[in-house]
Write a new protein. Structure first.
Length: 284
Protein backbone atom coordinates (compact mmCIF):
# COMPACT_ATOMS: atom_id res chain seq x y z
CA UNK A 1 0.00 0.00 0.00
CA UNK A 2 1.19 3.51 -0.74
CA UNK A 3 1.16 6.35 1.76
CA UNK A 4 -1.88 8.59 2.10
CA UNK A 5 -0.05 11.51 0.42
CA UNK A 6 0.91 9.51 -2.65
CA UNK A 7 -1.11 9.33 -5.85
CA UNK A 8 -1.27 5.54 -5.66
CA UNK A 9 -3.15 5.59 -2.34
CA UNK A 10 -6.56 3.93 -2.40
CA UNK A 11 -8.50 2.81 0.67
CA UNK A 12 -10.17 0.14 -1.46
CA UNK A 13 -6.87 -1.75 -1.44
CA UNK A 14 -6.98 -2.25 2.34
CA UNK A 15 -7.80 -5.92 2.85
CA UNK A 16 -8.85 -7.57 6.08
CA UNK A 17 -8.42 -11.24 6.87
CA UNK A 18 -9.40 -13.03 10.09
CA UNK A 19 -6.36 -15.27 9.73
CA UNK A 20 -4.18 -12.35 10.86
CA UNK A 21 -5.96 -12.26 14.22
CA UNK A 22 -3.95 -12.68 17.39
CA UNK A 23 -3.35 -16.19 18.67
CA UNK A 24 -6.23 -17.73 20.67
CA UNK A 25 -5.22 -18.47 24.28
CA UNK A 26 -8.13 -20.77 25.12
CA UNK A 27 -9.31 -20.84 28.72
CA UNK A 28 -6.87 -18.09 29.74
CA UNK A 29 -8.01 -15.68 26.99
CA UNK A 30 -8.40 -12.18 28.42
CA UNK A 31 -6.06 -12.69 31.38
CA UNK A 32 -2.80 -10.83 31.83
CA UNK A 33 0.37 -12.88 31.38
CA UNK A 34 1.69 -11.70 34.76
CA UNK A 35 -1.58 -12.37 36.59
CA UNK A 36 -0.72 -13.87 40.00
CA UNK A 37 -3.77 -16.16 40.04
CA UNK A 38 -2.88 -17.48 36.59
CA UNK A 39 0.66 -18.33 37.65
CA UNK A 40 -0.49 -19.85 40.92
CA UNK A 41 -2.97 -22.13 39.15
CA UNK A 42 -0.78 -23.34 36.28
CA UNK A 43 2.77 -22.45 37.32
CA UNK A 44 5.08 -19.80 35.87
CA UNK A 45 7.00 -22.33 33.76
CA UNK A 46 3.80 -23.65 32.17
CA UNK A 47 2.59 -20.15 31.36
CA UNK A 48 5.95 -19.33 29.78
CA UNK A 49 5.81 -22.59 27.79
CA UNK A 50 2.39 -21.60 26.41
CA UNK A 51 3.67 -18.18 25.44
CA UNK A 52 7.02 -18.96 23.85
CA UNK A 53 7.04 -22.55 22.53
CA UNK A 54 5.81 -23.61 19.12
CA UNK A 55 3.42 -26.48 19.95
CA UNK A 56 2.22 -25.98 23.53
CA UNK A 57 -1.48 -25.06 23.89
CA UNK A 58 -3.33 -23.55 26.88
CA UNK A 59 -6.43 -25.46 28.08
CA UNK A 60 -9.36 -25.16 25.64
CA UNK A 61 -12.07 -22.61 26.25
CA UNK A 62 -15.44 -23.83 27.57
CA UNK A 63 -18.77 -22.63 26.17
CA UNK A 64 -19.51 -20.60 29.29
CA UNK A 65 -16.32 -18.53 28.84
CA UNK A 66 -16.83 -14.79 28.43
CA UNK A 67 -15.07 -14.77 25.06
CA UNK A 68 -16.43 -18.03 23.65
CA UNK A 69 -17.32 -17.97 19.96
CA UNK A 70 -18.86 -20.90 18.05
CA UNK A 71 -16.97 -22.73 15.26
CA UNK A 72 -15.05 -22.03 13.12
CA UNK A 73 -13.49 -20.01 15.96
CA UNK A 74 -10.89 -22.21 17.73
CA UNK A 75 -11.10 -23.21 21.39
CA UNK A 76 -7.32 -22.82 21.88
CA UNK A 77 -4.20 -22.50 19.73
CA UNK A 78 -0.50 -23.21 19.85
CA UNK A 79 1.85 -20.89 18.00
CA UNK A 80 2.06 -23.61 15.33
CA UNK A 81 -1.74 -23.52 14.94
CA UNK A 82 -1.56 -19.74 14.60
CA UNK A 83 1.26 -20.07 12.07
CA UNK A 84 -0.76 -22.49 9.92
CA UNK A 85 -3.60 -20.02 9.41
CA UNK A 86 -1.24 -17.04 9.00
CA UNK A 87 0.74 -18.83 6.29
CA UNK A 88 -2.54 -19.70 4.60
CA UNK A 89 -3.30 -15.99 4.51
CA UNK A 90 0.18 -15.26 3.12
CA UNK A 91 -0.17 -17.87 0.35
CA UNK A 92 -3.78 -16.99 -0.56
CA UNK A 93 -3.79 -13.21 -0.20
CA UNK A 94 -0.52 -11.47 0.63
CA UNK A 95 1.85 -13.24 -1.78
CA UNK A 96 -0.44 -12.89 -4.84
CA UNK A 97 -0.87 -9.16 -4.13
CA UNK A 98 2.88 -8.76 -3.70
CA UNK A 99 4.12 -10.85 -6.60
CA UNK A 100 1.37 -11.51 -9.15
CA UNK A 101 -1.67 -9.26 -9.03
CA UNK A 102 -2.26 -7.12 -12.11
CA UNK A 103 -4.01 -3.79 -12.40
CA UNK A 104 -2.22 -2.10 -9.48
CA UNK A 105 -0.41 1.22 -10.05
CA UNK A 106 2.96 -0.18 -8.92
CA UNK A 107 4.61 -3.11 -10.79
CA UNK A 108 5.40 -6.23 -8.72
CA UNK A 109 9.17 -5.66 -8.71
CA UNK A 110 8.65 -2.28 -6.97
CA UNK A 111 5.63 -3.19 -4.88
CA UNK A 112 5.33 -2.89 -1.09
CA UNK A 113 2.69 -4.64 1.00
CA UNK A 114 2.09 -3.56 4.59
CA UNK A 115 0.88 -6.32 6.92
CA UNK A 116 -0.65 -4.99 10.13
CA UNK A 117 -1.16 -7.73 12.70
CA UNK A 118 -0.38 -8.89 16.23
CA UNK A 119 2.85 -9.98 17.88
CA UNK A 120 2.30 -13.75 17.61
CA UNK A 121 1.06 -13.38 14.04
CA UNK A 122 4.28 -11.58 13.12
CA UNK A 123 6.37 -14.10 15.08
CA UNK A 124 4.79 -16.85 13.00
CA UNK A 125 5.72 -15.14 9.74
CA UNK A 126 9.26 -14.39 10.89
CA UNK A 127 9.78 -18.00 11.99
CA UNK A 128 8.73 -19.07 8.48
CA UNK A 129 10.64 -16.42 6.49
CA UNK A 130 13.87 -16.93 8.47
CA UNK A 131 13.53 -20.74 8.69
CA UNK A 132 13.96 -20.60 12.44
CA UNK A 133 14.57 -24.01 14.10
CA UNK A 134 11.74 -25.05 16.41
CA UNK A 135 13.89 -24.87 19.53
CA UNK A 136 14.81 -21.25 18.74
CA UNK A 137 11.29 -19.95 18.09
CA UNK A 138 10.98 -18.93 21.74
CA UNK A 139 13.81 -16.44 21.21
CA UNK A 140 12.01 -14.40 18.55
CA UNK A 141 11.05 -11.01 19.97
CA UNK A 142 8.90 -8.48 18.12
CA UNK A 143 9.41 -4.74 18.77
CA UNK A 144 5.87 -3.48 19.41
CA UNK A 145 4.63 -0.95 16.84
CA UNK A 146 8.01 -0.72 15.09
CA UNK A 147 7.65 -1.79 11.43
CA UNK A 148 9.83 -4.66 10.23
CA UNK A 149 11.02 -4.73 6.61
CA UNK A 150 11.66 -7.77 4.41
CA UNK A 151 12.85 -7.66 0.79
CA UNK A 152 11.78 -10.59 -1.43
CA UNK A 153 12.98 -12.05 -4.71
CA UNK A 154 9.91 -12.33 -6.92
CA UNK A 155 10.96 -15.53 -8.72
CA UNK A 156 11.73 -17.49 -5.54
CA UNK A 157 9.38 -15.62 -3.17
CA UNK A 158 12.17 -15.83 -0.59
CA UNK A 159 13.76 -13.01 1.43
CA UNK A 160 16.89 -11.58 -0.18
CA UNK A 161 18.17 -9.21 2.51
CA UNK A 162 21.42 -10.24 4.19
CA UNK A 163 20.67 -12.62 7.04
CA UNK A 164 21.96 -11.05 10.23
CA UNK A 165 23.02 -13.32 13.06
CA UNK A 166 20.71 -13.32 16.08
CA UNK A 167 19.90 -15.44 19.12
CA UNK A 168 17.29 -17.39 17.15
CA UNK A 169 19.77 -18.21 14.40
CA UNK A 170 19.58 -15.23 12.09
CA UNK A 171 17.01 -12.98 10.45
CA UNK A 172 16.43 -11.18 7.16
CA UNK A 173 14.33 -8.58 8.99
CA UNK A 174 15.15 -4.87 9.31
CA UNK A 175 13.57 -2.55 11.87
CA UNK A 176 12.13 0.65 10.43
CA UNK A 177 13.17 3.48 12.74
CA UNK A 178 12.51 7.06 11.70
CA UNK A 179 11.59 10.47 13.07
CA UNK A 180 7.93 9.77 12.26
CA UNK A 181 7.72 7.07 14.93
CA UNK A 182 10.13 8.78 17.32
CA UNK A 183 8.04 8.28 20.46
CA UNK A 184 7.41 4.62 19.68
CA UNK A 185 11.10 4.04 19.07
CA UNK A 186 12.00 5.94 22.24
CA UNK A 187 9.83 3.46 24.15
CA UNK A 188 11.34 0.55 22.23
CA UNK A 189 14.92 1.47 23.19
CA UNK A 190 14.10 2.29 26.81
CA UNK A 191 14.83 -0.15 29.64
CA UNK A 192 12.85 -3.29 28.88
CA UNK A 193 12.24 -2.16 25.30
CA UNK A 194 11.88 -4.90 22.68
CA UNK A 195 14.17 -3.23 20.15
CA UNK A 196 17.22 -3.05 22.40
CA UNK A 197 16.75 -6.68 23.38
CA UNK A 198 16.51 -7.73 19.74
CA UNK A 199 19.55 -5.66 18.74
CA UNK A 200 21.54 -7.02 21.71
CA UNK A 201 20.59 -10.61 20.83
CA UNK A 202 21.56 -10.05 17.18
CA UNK A 203 25.06 -8.96 18.20
CA UNK A 204 25.54 -11.47 21.03
CA UNK A 205 26.71 -14.29 18.76
CA UNK A 206 28.48 -16.06 21.64
CA UNK A 207 25.24 -15.91 23.66
CA UNK A 208 27.11 -15.10 26.88
CA UNK A 209 24.72 -12.19 27.60
CA UNK A 210 27.54 -9.63 27.35
CA UNK A 211 28.87 -7.61 24.42
CA UNK A 212 32.44 -6.52 23.85
CA UNK A 213 33.56 -3.80 21.47
CA UNK A 214 34.58 -6.33 18.81
CA UNK A 215 31.11 -7.94 18.84
CA UNK A 216 29.38 -4.57 18.39
CA UNK A 217 31.77 -3.62 15.58
CA UNK A 218 31.09 -6.97 13.89
CA UNK A 219 27.36 -6.38 14.28
CA UNK A 220 27.69 -2.98 12.59
CA UNK A 221 29.58 -4.53 9.69
CA UNK A 222 26.76 -7.07 9.25
CA UNK A 223 24.16 -4.31 9.30
CA UNK A 224 26.07 -2.36 6.66
CA UNK A 225 26.44 -5.34 4.31
CA UNK A 226 22.89 -4.81 3.14
CA UNK A 227 23.71 -1.40 1.67
CA UNK A 228 21.64 -2.13 -1.46
CA UNK A 229 18.49 -1.86 0.65
CA UNK A 230 19.79 0.77 3.10
CA UNK A 231 17.08 2.76 4.81
CA UNK A 232 16.97 5.57 7.32
CA UNK A 233 16.21 2.98 9.96
CA UNK A 234 19.47 1.16 9.31
CA UNK A 235 21.38 4.42 9.70
CA UNK A 236 19.79 5.11 13.09
CA UNK A 237 20.59 1.58 14.31
CA UNK A 238 24.15 1.81 12.97
CA UNK A 239 24.59 5.23 14.56
CA UNK A 240 23.54 3.88 17.95
CA UNK A 241 25.79 0.85 17.71
CA UNK A 242 28.83 2.88 16.60
CA UNK A 243 28.40 5.29 19.46
CA UNK A 244 28.22 2.44 21.99
CA UNK A 245 31.31 0.79 20.52
CA UNK A 246 33.32 4.01 20.69
CA UNK A 247 32.45 4.33 24.39
CA UNK A 248 33.69 0.82 25.26
CA UNK A 249 37.29 0.05 26.10
CA UNK A 250 39.07 -2.74 24.23
CA UNK A 251 38.68 -5.15 27.17
CA UNK A 252 35.35 -3.88 28.44
CA UNK A 253 32.04 -5.75 28.11
CA UNK A 254 28.48 -4.50 28.46
CA UNK A 255 25.44 -6.35 29.86
CA UNK A 256 21.92 -6.10 28.47
CA UNK A 257 20.89 -3.82 31.35
CA UNK A 258 23.74 -1.40 30.68
CA UNK A 259 23.22 -1.73 26.91
CA UNK A 260 19.60 -0.65 27.37
CA UNK A 261 20.61 2.33 29.51
CA UNK A 262 23.29 3.56 27.13
CA UNK A 263 21.12 2.97 24.06
CA UNK A 264 18.32 5.08 25.51
CA UNK A 265 20.77 7.90 26.32
CA UNK A 266 22.42 7.67 22.90
CA UNK A 267 19.11 7.67 21.08
CA UNK A 268 18.06 10.92 22.75
CA UNK A 269 21.18 12.55 21.33
CA UNK A 270 20.69 11.44 17.73
CA UNK A 271 19.45 13.72 14.96
CA UNK A 272 16.77 12.00 12.88
CA UNK A 273 18.24 12.76 9.49
CA UNK A 274 19.96 10.17 7.36
CA UNK A 275 22.64 12.69 6.32
CA UNK A 276 23.81 12.89 9.94
CA UNK A 277 25.18 9.35 9.62
CA UNK A 278 25.90 9.15 5.89
CA UNK A 279 29.43 10.49 6.27
CA UNK A 280 30.55 8.07 8.95
CA UNK A 281 33.07 5.45 7.96
CA UNK A 282 32.39 1.76 8.67
CA UNK A 283 34.54 -0.01 11.20
CA UNK A 284 37.70 -1.50 9.71
Amino acid sequence: MAGHEQETWCSDRIRRDWRLNERHYGAVQGLFKNDTALRNEYGADTVMEWRRSLHSRPPPMEKDHEYYRPPPAPLTESLADCQTRVLGCFDDTIAPALFDEKGLPVPPDDRTIIVVAHSNTIRSLIAYFDEVPEDHVSQIYIPNSVPILYHFERSTRKPVSTKLQSSHGGSHARWMISSENHQIVRDAVSTGGMLTRALFDAMDVTQDRALCRAEIEAGVRELMKDSEHETQSDCVVIGLAKKLARELGDDETITLQEFERRTAVAYEGLQYNKSDFAGEEPFP
